[in-house]
Design a protein around this ligand. Sequence first.
Ligand code: GDP
Length: 386
Amino acid sequence: MRTHDLTTVRNLGILAHVDAGKTTVTERVLHLAGVTHKQGEVHDGTTVTDFDPQERDRGITIFAAAVGCTWAGHRLTLIDTPGHVDFTAEVERSLRVLDGAIAVFDAVAGVEPQSETVWRQADRHGVPRIAFVNKLDRAGADLDAAVASIRARLHPAPLVVQLPIGRESAFTGVVDLLRLDQVPDDVLAEARRRRRVLEEAVAELHPLALEEFCATGTVSAETLEKALRELTLSGDGLVVLCGAAYRDRGITELLDAVVAYLPSPADVPPVRPDRPADPAAPVAALVFKVVATATGRLTYLRVYSGTLRKGDQVSDAGRTERIARVLRVQADRYSEVDSAVAGDIVAVAGPKAARVGATLCAPGAEVLLEPPVTADPVVSVAVEAR
Ligand code: GDP
């Protein structure tokens, strides 16, 4: 994987109502994507994204944390977004630096009030999304009812791409309606019926799928995938997946969907016309989080254009700051790298005063990616930079 191949980068967030399973989904994603070999459980307080003891005590994710992993040759960075209603400002801040998101829903409760709040925030930031209906193993779980509540309250065109196998505690996994591979006999007829429903729904929304449907009476898996990707990017359709994160069901498929449907930094418009997502352009990076650690201040940023190298001098609204270290964040560890390029999300050590919302850019080629910030506290969490 070439580090500057933007098409293999996915910067994404997981958006959810408290308790829908965001922490569990994140945990399973990191586990499957090989970052962590210890499978932490939410209830014993060992999950890798919850750094802060207070956060563990309260059982909710308070502080956003960026976590990297790889899947199918793609570099994924998960930007954690707090699900608690008191922290909507932090959600907004995190949404600025995402290219796409997974919206997690509870299969029993469907759309909950706070899922709606976060959804509207993501709408405002134009974040392409896919949906994951979680907890299909719970008593009372109902994918169709959850999808109906998504349709009624959030999105007019949910496109369900899987069929659950078994119900509630007998839920064992999902059938991929695009491939229809190795479908158990007892659900084959239902899978074919749902595939047909999907083809018709996609044909209604996408000209290429419609053309194929009219000409052949069906839509191929390849066309469906291309159409679903475009509908995700435009926001005209919502890919819906399902599973039970707690039982590791549907997570592989969710990761495949992130790669297939969510955008890379190359797919989204440049942050400014004169700051393209190009490693050779003048550097411009947006600070979205600052944390005080035992070993000093860490500034999380998204590089939108150019290349940010260790040792560089950068300008923050005319003040010069030095990038002493560039760190990739892998769950609860940091690994030092020489540089970060357009599309990357990294933490840097060195800047002494850069605040959340600040733009770090090449001296002499200054831009502001956000309006000037007046006050924003440094959030203190105890994270060892190793
Ligand atoms: P968050 O608040 O959205 O981060 O949700 P958590 O991941 O902490 O999950 C909330 C609760 O739901 C925890 O007790 C989890 O163990 C439980 N949970 C998460 N995923 C599943 C699932 O797939 N099935 C079931 N039955 N419980 C789940």
